[in-house]
Design a protein around this ligand. Structure first.
Ligand code: GDP
Length: 466
């Protein structure tokens, strides 16, 4: 294509001059990659535990951790891990990268891990949703401390987070019964058993299967007992299970849609030595160095110039991987919220009207009823778009999926409803049966999530356009 002045970046590199990364001389990391998210009531110990993991896996040394801890206190930040993550990204921010998500990485001999939306951030609750939506495993942290467990469960965020995790599609939960070292608990088996029984009841109600969907670990983020190493028998003689990290390492490999069409929703982008570099999680398919792709919406042709993460380069990226992808052929301005890297042979549909099932959880006070003409902000992957409900098709029994009532005039909190939604501008979306990750969305109003949804149909026209 002809080169114009526009194709030259600030360093004088022509965007078409980007060289494909040389990977002739490196060994690809074959370890499985897992995305995890910490959820649970405030003060349960999520930051302490994620911090501990970073320390125990050598991602940060105790001296640096103490520095961040001190700075976090001075800056009235909620936790050191937040400070740490923001700090790591400071360099990238200098390169013009905007930081929207806090992510931390660690690794063991068996696997590589990304902690999504590391907690401690003030905006954690809305973030919990976008982070959890990409997680393979959620770690539900519960305080066993007298009074705290009770507050977290009765009207607290413990069960709410578990319920959201289920709706978002998290298949596996590890329930960490934390603060077992607390004097009021002192590794009491009775206290632990009581918590296990109560939480099991709640999780069953959320739709998790006690036989395979969740497991419990007693732990202390404070003393590190059962975080990396197993708790010592002299501290806790009655627990013979594995530690948190041992349990994560031992989880059976997750089913990955490697043969699906390639989809990478772009979380953020920046310029690295003149190369437009994007970050994102591969939701389906595989990506290969040198591959030609489309940036959607808009079908902008791009070529994959580099693939890497914090620890290594890749020739091929598989589903579930969080990667930095250098792109040849585009300008940074082309990338916006909602952009997706897509396979050319099977491009992602771009749609402006959908049929969806929506679970109503928290409608705003002034509009308690969900009706046609209801307006909200639609969030799917990184896309944000205004939307309006065109019509209600039927109320749905969430347990059976059966239609309860056709064409209801309204629906209320606690109900699920199939409806038609019109988006102000078209968004990259797929049907739940094709790609659940790209079908999930939330409806929000200012700062509140009022509903969760999944796209059931993108319509015949959109399907034919693929
Ligand atoms: P988050 O809001 O879930 O991220 O909770 P934090 O990690 O900030 O912890 C909240 C408070 O509980 C802090 O004062 C921690 O020091 C304390 N804490 C965290 N884990 C433990 C633990 O295992 N034992 C005890 N005794 N205190 C803990």
């Amino acid at each position: 294509s002809p080169t114009t002045d526009d194709d030259v970046d600030e360093l004088g590199n022509k965007i078409d001059d980007v060289v494909i990364q040389d990977v002739s001389n490196f060994k690809e990391d074959q370890r499985e990659h897992l995305n995890i998210v910490f959820i649970g009531h405030v003060d349960a110990g999520k930051s302490t535990i994620s911090g501990n993991i970073m320390l125990l896996t050598g991602q940060v040394d105790s001296h640096t951790m103490a520095k961040y801890e001190r700075e976090a206190k001075e800056n009235h930040r909620e936790s050191w891990i937040f400070a740490y993550i923001m700090d790591t990204n400071e360099e990238e921010r200098a390169k013009g990268k905007t930081v929207e998500v806090g992510r931390a990485h660690f690794e063991t001999e068996k696997k590589r891990y990304t902690i999504l939306d590391a907690p401690g951030h003030k905006a954690y609750v809305p973030n919990m949703i976008s982070g959890a939506a990409q997680a393979d495993v959620a770690i539900l942290v519960i305080s066993s401390k007298k009074g705290e467990f009770e507050a977290g469960v009765d009207g607290g965020q413990t069960i709410e987070h578990a319920r959201l995790a289920k709706m978002i599609g998290i298949k596996h939960l590890i329930v960490l019964v934390n603060k077992m070292d607390e004097p009021t608990v002192a590794w009491s088996k009775e206290r632990y058993d009581d918590i296990v029984e109560k939480i099991t009841g709640h999780l069953k109600k959320c739709g998790f299967n006690p036989k395979k969907d969740f497991q419990f670990i007693p732990a202390s983020g404070f003393t590190s007992a059962n975080i990396k190493d197993r708790v010592k028998p002299e501290v806790c003689p009655w627990f013979d299970g594995d530690s948190l990290m041992g349990t994560l390492d031992a989880l059976a490999p997750f089913e990955r849609n490697d043969s699906g069409a390639l989809r990478v929703p772009i979380i953020t982008s920046y310029k690295d030595r003149g190369v437009v570099t994007v970050m994102g999680k591969i939701e389906s398919g595989t990506i290969t160095l040198g591959q030609s792709l489309w940036l959607m919406p808009g079908r902008t042709p791009v070529q994959v110039a580099s693939l890497s993460n914090e620890t290594c380069n890749f020739r091929t990226g598989r589903t579930g991987e969080n990667l930095r992808i250098g792109l040849k052929g585009i300008d940074e301005d082309t990338i916006r919220a909602g952009s997706i890297l897509s396979e050319i042979q099977r491009p992602v549909p771009v749609v402006s009207e959908i049929e969806a099932i929506v679970a109503l959880i928290d409608l705003p006070k002034e509009k308690q009823l969900f009706t046609s003409n209801f307006e909200a902000v639609f969030h799917a992957h990184t896309a944000v778009e205004e939307c309006i409900v065109k019509s209600l098709v039927a109320t749905i029994d969430m347990k059976t999926g059966q239609e309860i009532k056709k064409k209801p005039t309204f629906a209320k909190n606690g109900e699920s409803v199939k409806c038609r939604i019109v988006l102000n501008r078209a968004v990259c979306l797929e049907e739940f049966t094709t790609n659940p990750q790209l079908s999930r969305f939330t409806l929000r109003d200012s700062n509140k999530t009022m509903a969760f949804g999944k796209v059931t149909s993108i319509g015949k026209k959109a399907r034919e356009a693929i």
